[in-house]
Ligand binder design. Structure first.
Ligand code: PA5
Ligand code: NI
Length: 187
Protein backbone atom coordinates (compact mmCIF):
# COMPACT_ATOMS: atom_id res chain seq x y z
CA UNK A 1 0.00 0.00 0.00
CA UNK A 2 1.48 3.33 -1.04
CA UNK A 3 0.42 6.92 -0.30
CA UNK A 4 -1.42 8.68 -3.08
CA UNK A 5 -3.01 12.02 -3.90
CA UNK A 6 -6.57 11.73 -5.13
CA UNK A 7 -8.14 14.51 -7.15
CA UNK A 8 -11.68 15.41 -6.13
CA UNK A 9 -13.77 17.78 -8.21
CA UNK A 10 -15.88 19.71 -5.72
CA UNK A 11 -18.40 20.74 -8.37
CA UNK A 12 -19.03 17.38 -10.04
CA UNK A 13 -18.01 14.91 -7.33
CA UNK A 14 -15.59 13.19 -9.71
CA UNK A 15 -12.86 11.20 -7.90
CA UNK A 16 -9.64 10.37 -9.79
CA UNK A 17 -8.75 7.67 -9.37
CA UNK A 18 -12.01 6.29 -7.98
CA UNK A 19 -12.39 2.60 -7.18
CA UNK A 20 -16.15 2.15 -7.30
CA UNK A 21 -19.44 3.96 -7.75
CA UNK A 22 -23.19 3.56 -7.63
CA UNK A 23 -26.21 5.63 -8.52
CA UNK A 24 -29.60 5.88 -6.79
CA UNK A 25 -32.61 6.77 -8.88
CA UNK A 26 -35.95 8.03 -7.65
CA UNK A 27 -37.76 4.70 -8.16
CA UNK A 28 -35.27 3.01 -5.79
CA UNK A 29 -36.10 5.48 -3.01
CA UNK A 30 -39.86 5.18 -3.09
CA UNK A 31 -40.36 4.22 0.56
CA UNK A 32 -38.52 7.18 2.04
CA UNK A 33 -40.72 9.92 0.55
CA UNK A 34 -44.08 11.10 1.91
CA UNK A 35 -45.98 11.31 -1.36
CA UNK A 36 -45.42 8.06 -3.24
CA UNK A 37 -48.17 8.71 -5.79
CA UNK A 38 -46.39 11.87 -6.87
CA UNK A 39 -43.07 9.99 -6.86
CA UNK A 40 -44.51 7.38 -9.23
CA UNK A 41 -45.76 10.15 -11.50
CA UNK A 42 -42.33 11.83 -11.56
CA UNK A 43 -40.63 8.53 -12.35
CA UNK A 44 -43.04 8.08 -15.25
CA UNK A 45 -42.90 11.62 -16.61
CA UNK A 46 -39.23 12.42 -15.96
CA UNK A 47 -37.78 8.99 -16.80
CA UNK A 48 -36.65 7.99 -13.31
CA UNK A 49 -34.19 10.80 -12.49
CA UNK A 50 -30.92 10.23 -10.64
CA UNK A 51 -31.16 11.44 -7.04
CA UNK A 52 -27.55 10.81 -6.02
CA UNK A 53 -24.29 9.18 -6.97
CA UNK A 54 -21.62 7.84 -4.63
CA UNK A 55 -18.00 7.43 -5.75
CA UNK A 56 -15.43 5.86 -3.44
CA UNK A 57 -11.70 5.53 -3.11
CA UNK A 58 -10.80 2.39 -1.20
CA UNK A 59 -7.50 0.52 -0.80
CA UNK A 60 -7.39 -3.13 0.26
CA UNK A 61 -5.97 -3.38 3.78
CA UNK A 62 -6.57 0.26 4.80
CA UNK A 63 -8.62 1.20 7.87
CA UNK A 64 -10.05 4.33 6.22
CA UNK A 65 -11.79 5.04 2.96
CA UNK A 66 -13.35 8.13 1.48
CA UNK A 67 -15.35 9.36 -1.45
CA UNK A 68 -17.99 11.77 -2.64
CA UNK A 69 -21.74 11.89 -2.66
CA UNK A 70 -23.25 14.08 -5.37
CA UNK A 71 -26.92 14.89 -4.97
CA UNK A 72 -29.13 16.34 -7.66
CA UNK A 73 -31.58 19.12 -6.85
CA UNK A 74 -35.21 18.08 -6.85
CA UNK A 75 -38.39 17.64 -4.85
CA UNK A 76 -41.29 15.25 -4.51
CA UNK A 77 -44.39 17.24 -3.55
CA UNK A 78 -42.19 19.84 -1.88
CA UNK A 79 -40.02 17.29 -0.05
CA UNK A 80 -36.38 17.71 -1.08
CA UNK A 81 -34.31 14.91 -2.63
CA UNK A 82 -32.53 12.98 0.11
CA UNK A 83 -30.33 9.94 0.73
CA UNK A 84 -31.68 6.73 2.28
CA UNK A 85 -30.15 7.54 5.66
CA UNK A 86 -28.56 5.00 7.95
CA UNK A 87 -26.91 4.09 11.21
CA UNK A 88 -23.53 2.41 10.95
CA UNK A 89 -23.41 -1.30 11.73
CA UNK A 90 -20.49 -0.59 14.04
CA UNK A 91 -21.97 1.53 16.80
CA UNK A 92 -18.55 2.85 17.79
CA UNK A 93 -17.78 4.41 14.41
CA UNK A 94 -18.71 7.88 13.23
CA UNK A 95 -18.01 9.73 10.00
CA UNK A 96 -17.00 13.08 8.55
CA UNK A 97 -18.90 14.96 5.79
CA UNK A 98 -17.10 17.90 4.17
CA UNK A 99 -19.33 19.97 1.89
CA UNK A 100 -17.72 21.12 -1.34
CA UNK A 101 -20.56 22.82 -3.23
CA UNK A 102 -24.28 23.38 -3.13
CA UNK A 103 -26.51 23.65 -0.07
CA UNK A 104 -27.96 20.91 2.04
CA UNK A 105 -29.21 19.84 5.39
CA UNK A 106 -27.66 16.98 7.30
CA UNK A 107 -30.33 15.41 9.48
CA UNK A 108 -28.99 13.44 12.44
CA UNK A 109 -30.76 11.27 14.97
CA UNK A 110 -29.34 9.47 17.99
CA UNK A 111 -30.53 6.08 19.25
CA UNK A 112 -32.20 7.94 22.13
CA UNK A 113 -34.25 9.94 19.64
CA UNK A 114 -32.43 13.27 19.84
CA UNK A 115 -32.52 15.17 16.54
CA UNK A 116 -29.82 17.55 15.26
CA UNK A 117 -29.46 19.49 12.05
CA UNK A 118 -26.15 20.60 10.53
CA UNK A 119 -26.34 22.94 7.54
CA UNK A 120 -24.25 21.67 4.63
CA UNK A 121 -22.71 24.75 3.04
CA UNK A 122 -19.37 24.89 1.21
CA UNK A 123 -16.53 24.66 3.73
CA UNK A 124 -18.58 23.08 6.51
CA UNK A 125 -17.05 19.89 7.81
CA UNK A 126 -19.71 17.96 9.71
CA UNK A 127 -18.77 15.65 12.55
CA UNK A 128 -21.11 12.68 12.75
CA UNK A 129 -20.66 11.00 16.13
CA UNK A 130 -20.83 7.21 16.48
CA UNK A 131 -24.35 5.80 16.62
CA UNK A 132 -26.14 8.81 15.13
CA UNK A 133 -28.22 8.08 12.05
CA UNK A 134 -27.50 10.50 9.21
CA UNK A 135 -29.33 11.54 6.05
CA UNK A 136 -28.32 14.31 3.66
CA UNK A 137 -30.85 16.45 1.85
CA UNK A 138 -30.22 18.77 -1.09
CA UNK A 139 -32.19 21.95 -0.34
CA UNK A 140 -30.57 24.03 -3.09
CA UNK A 141 -31.10 24.45 -6.81
CA UNK A 142 -27.69 23.05 -7.81
CA UNK A 143 -25.81 19.84 -7.12
CA UNK A 144 -24.84 19.21 -3.50
CA UNK A 145 -21.36 17.66 -3.41
CA UNK A 146 -19.70 16.44 -0.23
CA UNK A 147 -16.67 14.36 0.66
CA UNK A 148 -17.10 11.68 3.32
CA UNK A 149 -14.44 9.84 5.28
CA UNK A 150 -15.16 6.73 7.25
CA UNK A 151 -13.69 3.56 8.73
CA UNK A 152 -13.97 0.62 6.30
CA UNK A 153 -15.55 -1.51 9.01
CA UNK A 154 -18.34 0.99 9.85
CA UNK A 155 -20.90 -0.64 7.52
CA UNK A 156 -24.39 0.61 6.70
CA UNK A 157 -27.49 -0.35 8.64
CA UNK A 158 -30.49 0.86 6.63
CA UNK A 159 -33.12 -1.21 8.42
CA UNK A 160 -34.23 1.10 11.24
CA UNK A 161 -34.59 4.22 9.12
CA UNK A 162 -36.40 2.36 6.38
CA UNK A 163 -38.83 0.85 8.88
CA UNK A 164 -39.52 3.87 11.13
CA UNK A 165 -38.47 6.85 9.01
CA UNK A 166 -36.65 9.76 10.64
CA UNK A 167 -38.43 12.04 13.11
CA UNK A 168 -37.98 15.12 10.91
CA UNK A 169 -38.54 15.85 7.24
CA UNK A 170 -37.28 18.78 5.16
CA UNK A 171 -39.76 20.46 2.85
CA UNK A 172 -40.06 23.59 0.75
CA UNK A 173 -42.51 26.00 2.40
CA UNK A 174 -42.96 29.25 0.48
CA UNK A 175 -39.51 28.89 -1.09
CA UNK A 176 -37.75 28.24 2.22
CA UNK A 177 -36.37 24.90 3.37
CA UNK A 178 -38.27 24.03 6.52
CA UNK A 179 -37.76 21.25 9.03
CA UNK A 180 -41.00 19.63 10.16
CA UNK A 181 -42.09 16.65 12.19
CA UNK A 182 -42.53 13.55 10.05
CA UNK A 183 -46.25 12.70 10.12
CA UNK A 184 -45.42 9.11 9.08
CA UNK A 185 -42.81 8.51 11.77
CA UNK A 186 -43.54 5.30 13.66
CA UNK A 187 -41.76 3.89 16.69
O1 PA5 B 1 -21.25 6.52 4.40
C1 PA5 B 1 -22.00 7.50 4.25
O2 PA5 B 1 -22.63 8.00 5.19
C2 PA5 B 1 -22.19 8.06 2.85
O3 PA5 B 1 -21.19 7.64 2.00
C3 PA5 B 1 -23.55 7.59 2.35
O4 PA5 B 1 -23.52 6.19 2.22
C4 PA5 B 1 -23.98 8.21 1.05
O5 PA5 B 1 -24.08 9.59 1.21
C5 PA5 B 1 -25.33 7.70 0.56
O6 PA5 B 1 -26.27 7.73 1.58
P1 PA5 B 1 -27.05 6.40 2.00
O7 PA5 B 1 -26.00 5.35 2.21
O8 PA5 B 1 -27.78 6.75 3.25
O9 PA5 B 1 -27.95 6.05 0.87
NI1 NI C 1 -22.52 6.85 7.04
Amino acid sequence: MLPEGVLINGLTGEVSPGTGKYTKRLSELREIFQDQTELDRLVEVEGDPVVYEVIEYRKEGSDLFFGTTTMEPGKVSGEFFMTRGHFHQRRDMGEVYYTQSGHGVLLLESRKGETKVVRMDPGVCAFIPPDWAHRSINVGSEKLVFVWVCNVDAGHDYGDILKHGMRKIVVDRDGKDTIMNNPHYSL
